[in-house]
Design a protein around this ligand. Structure first.
Ligand code: AKG
Ligand code: FE2
Length: 195
């Protein structure tokens, strides 16, 4: 599901300003390996800031509404209760994220939905960085995909088990504010509520 004009210009601008002001808090992104996260620059290059509590109240109502709509539309079951895991990711020149799924299997409260909201400085100073969303079971190199442009204030919501990747970002400068920003928010199903 692609939802344009998701939070509105003023709120998207607030998110951008918040991210830029907190550049120092962004740390290299990790990928999951068993129960541990580790940095693997052959698989993923970007930076993340999971400490976004102060801006969550601005966007949480829109996220919760979109999640409530997405659950029946995407045919998810057993998601009567859930919690959100938000972070802001920054992708500068050369950043990418190879094909992966977001589901962390064998965990008590698995991720069931992935939401990504894009924002960036205007005029846009990067190219690339499209999200490729593959069909279930696709292998690297598959041509079974939909490609989504990371447009200002566009949100994408999909089941976390679908394979996806972020194509390489090319940016005119190395300055932080020129990069591709994405607010990622995972919906974790709270286990034990099977009906
Ligand atoms: O930034 C995106 O478009 C997707 C990011 C992603 O796949 C992830 O953080 O797991
Ligand atoms: Fe992902």
């Amino acid at each position: 599901m692609v939802l344009d004009d998701f939070v509105g210009d003023a709120t998207a601008q607030r998110l951008l300003e918040y991210a830029i002001a907190n550049e120092a808090v962004f740390l290299p992104s990790k990928v999951a390996l068993g129960y541990e996260g580790h940095v693997d620059e052959t698989h993923r290059v970007s930076k993340v800031n999971p400490d976004i509590e102060s801006v969550m109240p601005l966007i949480e109502p829109m996220i919760r509404k979109a999640v409530a709509d997405a659950i029946p539309r995407l045919g998810l079951v057993n998601v009567d209760s859930y919690f959100l895991e938000p972070e802001i990711a920054w992708s500068g020149d050369g950043a990418f994220f190879k094909m992966h799924a977001d589901t962390l299997r064998d965990r008590a409260n698995p991720r069931v939905l992935t939401m990504v909201l894009y924002f960036h400085k205007e005029p846009k100073a990067f190219e690339g960085g499209q999200l490729r969303l593959y069909g279930l079971g696709a292998q690297p190199g598959s041509s079974d995909y939909q490609e989504i442009e990371p447009r200002w204030d566009r949100a994408v919501i999909f089941p976390s088990w679908f394979p996806h990747e972020v194509l390489p970002v090319r940016c005119r400068s190395t300055s932080f504010e020129d990069g591709r920003f994405a607010l990622n928010c995972w919906v974790h199903r709270i286990s034990g509520n099977a009906t």
